[in-house]
Design a protein around this ligand. Structure first.
Ligand SMILES: [Zn+2]
Length: 298
Protein backbone atom coordinates (compact mmCIF):
# COMPACT_ATOMS: atom_id res chain seq x y z
CA UNK A 1 0.00 0.00 0.00
CA UNK A 2 1.23 3.43 -0.89
CA UNK A 3 2.56 5.29 2.14
CA UNK A 4 0.28 8.28 1.45
CA UNK A 5 -2.82 6.13 1.04
CA UNK A 6 -2.01 4.46 4.38
CA UNK A 7 -1.68 7.83 6.14
CA UNK A 8 -4.89 8.94 4.44
CA UNK A 9 -6.81 5.95 5.82
CA UNK A 10 -5.37 6.44 9.32
CA UNK A 11 -6.31 10.15 9.24
CA UNK A 12 -9.83 9.33 8.05
CA UNK A 13 -10.28 6.79 10.87
CA UNK A 14 -9.02 9.30 13.47
CA UNK A 15 -11.41 11.97 12.15
CA UNK A 16 -14.27 9.48 12.22
CA UNK A 17 -13.49 8.55 15.83
CA UNK A 18 -13.43 12.25 16.82
CA UNK A 19 -16.77 12.87 15.08
CA UNK A 20 -18.35 9.89 16.87
CA UNK A 21 -17.00 11.06 20.25
CA UNK A 22 -18.33 14.59 19.67
CA UNK A 23 -21.80 13.25 18.76
CA UNK A 24 -21.83 10.97 21.81
CA UNK A 25 -20.87 13.90 24.01
CA UNK A 26 -23.62 16.15 22.59
CA UNK A 27 -26.16 13.43 23.30
CA UNK A 28 -24.78 12.98 26.77
CA UNK A 29 -25.12 16.70 27.51
CA UNK A 30 -28.69 16.68 26.25
CA UNK A 31 -29.65 13.80 28.47
CA UNK A 32 -27.58 15.01 31.35
CA UNK A 33 -30.08 17.57 32.54
CA UNK A 34 -31.59 15.29 35.14
CA UNK A 35 -28.69 12.91 35.54
CA UNK A 36 -25.83 15.20 36.45
CA UNK A 37 -26.70 14.85 40.13
CA UNK A 38 -27.27 18.58 40.51
CA UNK A 39 -30.77 19.84 41.20
CA UNK A 40 -31.19 23.20 39.53
CA UNK A 41 -33.69 25.34 41.40
CA UNK A 42 -34.85 28.56 39.74
CA UNK A 43 -36.86 31.20 41.60
CA UNK A 44 -39.02 33.64 39.66
CA UNK A 45 -38.06 36.87 41.44
CA UNK A 46 -36.47 38.46 44.47
CA UNK A 47 -38.86 37.54 47.34
CA UNK A 48 -38.89 33.89 46.21
CA UNK A 49 -35.11 33.88 45.97
CA UNK A 50 -34.69 35.07 49.57
CA UNK A 51 -37.03 32.30 50.78
CA UNK A 52 -35.24 29.62 48.73
CA UNK A 53 -31.86 30.86 49.91
CA UNK A 54 -32.91 30.43 53.53
CA UNK A 55 -34.35 26.93 52.99
CA UNK A 56 -31.48 25.57 50.88
CA UNK A 57 -28.56 27.02 52.84
CA UNK A 58 -25.90 24.29 53.04
CA UNK A 59 -27.79 21.82 50.81
CA UNK A 60 -25.72 19.42 48.70
CA UNK A 61 -25.75 19.15 44.91
CA UNK A 62 -28.08 22.00 44.21
CA UNK A 63 -27.77 25.09 42.11
CA UNK A 64 -29.96 28.05 43.07
CA UNK A 65 -30.63 30.68 40.42
CA UNK A 66 -32.87 33.75 40.49
CA UNK A 67 -34.59 34.30 37.15
CA UNK A 68 -35.53 37.98 37.00
CA UNK A 69 -32.90 40.55 37.79
CA UNK A 70 -33.41 42.11 41.23
CA UNK A 71 -33.81 45.53 39.59
CA UNK A 72 -36.88 44.28 37.70
CA UNK A 73 -38.81 44.67 40.95
CA UNK A 74 -42.33 43.28 40.62
CA UNK A 75 -43.13 40.81 37.85
CA UNK A 76 -46.40 42.58 37.05
CA UNK A 77 -45.25 44.45 34.00
CA UNK A 78 -42.41 42.10 33.26
CA UNK A 79 -42.13 40.35 29.90
CA UNK A 80 -39.86 37.34 29.93
CA UNK A 81 -36.55 37.81 28.11
CA UNK A 82 -34.73 35.17 26.06
CA UNK A 83 -31.94 35.27 28.61
CA UNK A 84 -34.30 34.61 31.53
CA UNK A 85 -36.09 31.86 29.58
CA UNK A 86 -32.72 30.11 29.17
CA UNK A 87 -32.37 29.93 32.96
CA UNK A 88 -35.65 27.99 33.12
CA UNK A 89 -34.99 25.68 30.18
CA UNK A 90 -32.75 23.30 32.12
CA UNK A 91 -34.24 23.84 35.58
CA UNK A 92 -35.40 20.87 37.65
CA UNK A 93 -37.55 22.95 39.99
CA UNK A 94 -39.15 26.35 39.49
CA UNK A 95 -40.39 28.33 42.49
CA UNK A 96 -43.23 30.73 41.69
CA UNK A 97 -45.07 33.21 43.89
CA UNK A 98 -48.32 32.16 42.23
CA UNK A 99 -51.69 33.98 41.99
CA UNK A 100 -50.88 35.04 38.46
CA UNK A 101 -47.66 36.87 39.29
CA UNK A 102 -45.74 34.71 36.79
CA UNK A 103 -47.76 35.28 33.63
CA UNK A 104 -45.04 33.58 31.54
CA UNK A 105 -45.35 30.30 33.44
CA UNK A 106 -47.27 28.39 30.77
CA UNK A 107 -44.68 29.24 28.18
CA UNK A 108 -41.93 28.22 30.57
CA UNK A 109 -43.55 24.86 31.30
CA UNK A 110 -43.91 24.22 27.56
CA UNK A 111 -40.20 24.80 27.12
CA UNK A 112 -39.33 22.38 29.93
CA UNK A 113 -41.98 19.72 30.49
CA UNK A 114 -39.91 17.88 33.11
CA UNK A 115 -39.64 20.89 35.38
CA UNK A 116 -41.53 20.73 38.67
CA UNK A 117 -43.30 23.95 39.63
CA UNK A 118 -43.74 25.00 43.26
CA UNK A 119 -46.57 27.47 43.88
CA UNK A 120 -45.79 29.38 47.08
CA UNK A 121 -49.36 30.66 47.36
CA UNK A 122 -50.96 27.23 47.83
CA UNK A 123 -52.97 27.13 51.11
CA UNK A 124 -53.08 30.90 51.46
CA UNK A 125 -56.63 31.71 52.33
CA UNK A 126 -56.80 35.47 52.84
CA UNK A 127 -56.21 36.35 49.18
CA UNK A 128 -57.48 39.85 48.40
CA UNK A 129 -59.50 39.98 45.24
CA UNK A 130 -61.68 42.48 43.44
CA UNK A 131 -63.61 42.07 40.19
CA UNK A 132 -60.64 43.06 38.10
CA UNK A 133 -57.66 41.54 39.81
CA UNK A 134 -56.19 39.21 42.39
CA UNK A 135 -53.67 40.94 44.60
CA UNK A 136 -50.63 38.66 44.41
CA UNK A 137 -48.35 40.63 46.78
CA UNK A 138 -49.05 38.24 49.63
CA UNK A 139 -45.56 38.36 51.18
CA UNK A 140 -46.08 41.81 52.73
CA UNK A 141 -48.03 40.02 55.48
CA UNK A 142 -45.60 38.10 57.71
CA UNK A 143 -48.22 35.41 58.30
CA UNK A 144 -48.58 34.79 54.58
CA UNK A 145 -44.84 34.91 54.12
CA UNK A 146 -44.43 32.15 56.73
CA UNK A 147 -46.99 30.05 54.82
CA UNK A 148 -45.04 30.64 51.61
CA UNK A 149 -41.84 29.49 53.32
CA UNK A 150 -43.57 26.34 54.57
CA UNK A 151 -45.18 25.58 51.21
CA UNK A 152 -41.90 25.90 49.36
CA UNK A 153 -40.05 23.88 51.98
CA UNK A 154 -42.55 21.00 51.96
CA UNK A 155 -42.35 20.76 48.18
CA UNK A 156 -38.55 20.90 48.15
CA UNK A 157 -38.42 18.10 50.71
CA UNK A 158 -40.62 15.98 48.42
CA UNK A 159 -38.74 16.78 45.25
CA UNK A 160 -35.20 16.61 46.60
CA UNK A 161 -35.29 14.12 49.50
CA UNK A 162 -31.49 13.80 49.75
CA UNK A 163 -31.47 17.26 51.36
CA UNK A 164 -34.66 16.85 53.38
CA UNK A 165 -32.98 17.17 56.80
CA UNK A 166 -31.17 20.33 55.80
CA UNK A 167 -34.35 21.84 54.33
CA UNK A 168 -36.36 20.97 57.42
CA UNK A 169 -33.78 22.35 59.87
CA UNK A 170 -33.31 25.55 57.90
CA UNK A 171 -37.06 26.03 57.64
CA UNK A 172 -37.56 25.54 61.38
CA UNK A 173 -34.84 28.10 62.13
CA UNK A 174 -36.20 30.62 59.64
CA UNK A 175 -39.83 30.21 60.69
CA UNK A 176 -38.83 30.68 64.35
CA UNK A 177 -37.12 33.94 63.46
CA UNK A 178 -40.17 35.05 61.48
CA UNK A 179 -42.58 34.15 64.28
CA UNK A 180 -40.46 36.13 66.72
CA UNK A 181 -40.41 39.05 64.27
CA UNK A 182 -44.19 38.90 63.87
CA UNK A 183 -44.76 39.00 67.62
CA UNK A 184 -42.53 42.05 67.98
CA UNK A 185 -44.08 43.68 64.92
CA UNK A 186 -47.68 43.29 66.05
CA UNK A 187 -46.79 44.46 69.54
CA UNK A 188 -44.83 47.54 68.49
CA UNK A 189 -47.36 48.54 65.86
CA UNK A 190 -50.54 47.73 67.75
CA UNK A 191 -51.54 51.39 67.78
CA UNK A 192 -52.01 51.22 64.02
CA UNK A 193 -54.98 48.90 64.53
CA UNK A 194 -58.04 50.76 63.27
CA UNK A 195 -56.07 53.70 61.89
CA UNK A 196 -57.04 54.98 58.47
CA UNK A 197 -54.48 55.07 55.70
CA UNK A 198 -54.27 55.35 51.97
CA UNK A 199 -51.76 53.32 49.98
CA UNK A 200 -50.70 54.31 46.50
CA UNK A 201 -49.01 50.96 46.05
CA UNK A 202 -51.07 47.76 46.05
CA UNK A 203 -48.22 45.68 47.49
CA UNK A 204 -49.00 47.06 50.97
CA UNK A 205 -52.60 45.85 51.03
CA UNK A 206 -51.63 42.63 52.85
CA UNK A 207 -49.39 44.50 55.28
CA UNK A 208 -52.29 46.83 56.09
CA UNK A 209 -54.64 43.91 56.63
CA UNK A 210 -52.22 42.18 59.01
CA UNK A 211 -51.76 45.34 61.07
CA UNK A 212 -55.49 46.08 61.19
CA UNK A 213 -55.03 49.33 59.29
CA UNK A 214 -58.20 50.56 57.60
CA UNK A 215 -56.48 50.94 54.31
CA UNK A 216 -57.74 52.30 51.03
CA UNK A 217 -55.54 50.99 48.26
CA UNK A 218 -55.21 52.79 44.97
CA UNK A 219 -53.97 50.42 42.29
CA UNK A 220 -51.20 52.20 40.47
CA UNK A 221 -48.98 49.30 39.37
CA UNK A 222 -46.40 50.35 41.93
CA UNK A 223 -46.85 54.02 41.11
CA UNK A 224 -45.89 53.42 37.52
CA UNK A 225 -49.22 54.15 35.91
CA UNK A 226 -50.19 57.78 35.73
CA UNK A 227 -52.98 59.16 37.86
CA UNK A 228 -55.47 61.51 36.26
CA UNK A 229 -56.06 64.93 37.79
CA UNK A 230 -59.63 63.84 38.51
CA UNK A 231 -58.54 60.71 40.34
CA UNK A 232 -56.05 62.70 42.37
CA UNK A 233 -58.77 65.18 43.30
CA UNK A 234 -61.09 62.34 44.37
CA UNK A 235 -58.37 60.90 46.57
CA UNK A 236 -57.66 64.29 48.13
CA UNK A 237 -61.39 64.72 48.88
CA UNK A 238 -61.54 61.27 50.46
CA UNK A 239 -58.47 61.90 52.60
CA UNK A 240 -59.99 65.18 53.82
CA UNK A 241 -63.46 63.76 54.45
CA UNK A 242 -62.24 60.70 56.33
CA UNK A 243 -59.39 62.43 58.17
CA UNK A 244 -56.87 59.97 56.78
CA UNK A 245 -53.49 60.69 58.30
CA UNK A 246 -51.20 58.25 56.56
CA UNK A 247 -50.16 57.98 52.92
CA UNK A 248 -48.17 54.83 52.21
CA UNK A 249 -45.87 54.38 49.22
CA UNK A 250 -42.80 52.29 48.48
CA UNK A 251 -39.42 53.90 49.05
CA UNK A 252 -38.64 53.39 45.35
CA UNK A 253 -41.94 54.87 44.13
CA UNK A 254 -42.31 58.20 42.45
CA UNK A 255 -43.38 60.54 45.23
CA UNK A 256 -45.21 63.21 43.23
CA UNK A 257 -48.81 61.98 43.73
CA UNK A 258 -48.25 61.31 47.42
CA UNK A 259 -46.67 64.74 47.76
CA UNK A 260 -49.65 66.41 46.06
CA UNK A 261 -52.08 64.65 48.43
CA UNK A 262 -49.95 65.46 51.47
CA UNK A 263 -49.68 69.13 50.52
CA UNK A 264 -53.45 69.44 50.17
CA UNK A 265 -54.45 67.48 53.25
CA UNK A 266 -51.63 67.54 55.79
CA UNK A 267 -51.47 63.72 55.82
CA UNK A 268 -48.02 62.29 56.32
CA UNK A 269 -46.12 60.19 53.75
CA UNK A 270 -44.61 56.89 54.93
CA UNK A 271 -42.09 55.43 52.50
CA UNK A 272 -41.95 51.72 53.21
CA UNK A 273 -40.20 48.73 51.79
CA UNK A 274 -42.44 46.31 49.87
CA UNK A 275 -39.67 43.70 49.71
CA UNK A 276 -39.34 43.71 45.93
CA UNK A 277 -35.73 44.79 45.73
CA UNK A 278 -32.76 44.61 48.02
CA UNK A 279 -29.60 42.78 48.93
CA UNK A 280 -29.31 39.02 48.64
CA UNK A 281 -28.58 38.31 52.31
CA UNK A 282 -30.65 35.57 53.89
CA UNK A 283 -31.90 38.09 56.46
CA UNK A 284 -33.05 40.59 53.83
CA UNK A 285 -36.81 40.08 54.40
CA UNK A 286 -36.46 40.36 58.17
CA UNK A 287 -34.43 43.55 57.80
CA UNK A 288 -37.00 45.03 55.43
CA UNK A 289 -39.80 44.41 57.93
CA UNK A 290 -37.67 45.92 60.70
CA UNK A 291 -37.06 48.94 58.49
CA UNK A 292 -40.82 49.37 58.04
CA UNK A 293 -41.36 48.91 61.76
CA UNK A 294 -39.00 51.76 62.52
CA UNK A 295 -40.70 54.09 60.06
CA UNK A 296 -44.19 53.17 61.23
CA UNK A 297 -43.45 53.63 64.95
CA UNK A 298 -42.61 57.29 64.34
ZN1 LIG B 1 -46.72 43.98 41.65
Amino acid sequence: MNKYVKYGIISAVIILIIVVLVILNINKNNNDQKDDGVTKIVTSFYPMYIIAENITDGAQNIELVNMADVNVGCLHDYTITTEDMKKIENADIFIANGLGMENFLEKAIESNMDMKVIDSSANITDVIQDEAETNAHIWTSIDNYILQVKNISNELINLDPQNSDIYQNNTDTYVNKLEELKTRYLEELKELNGIKAISLNEAFEYMGKELGIEMTTIETDHEESTMSAEMLKNIIDKVKQENIEMIIIDKDDNESNARAIADETGAKIYKLNSGLRGNLDTNAYIEQIEENMQILTQ
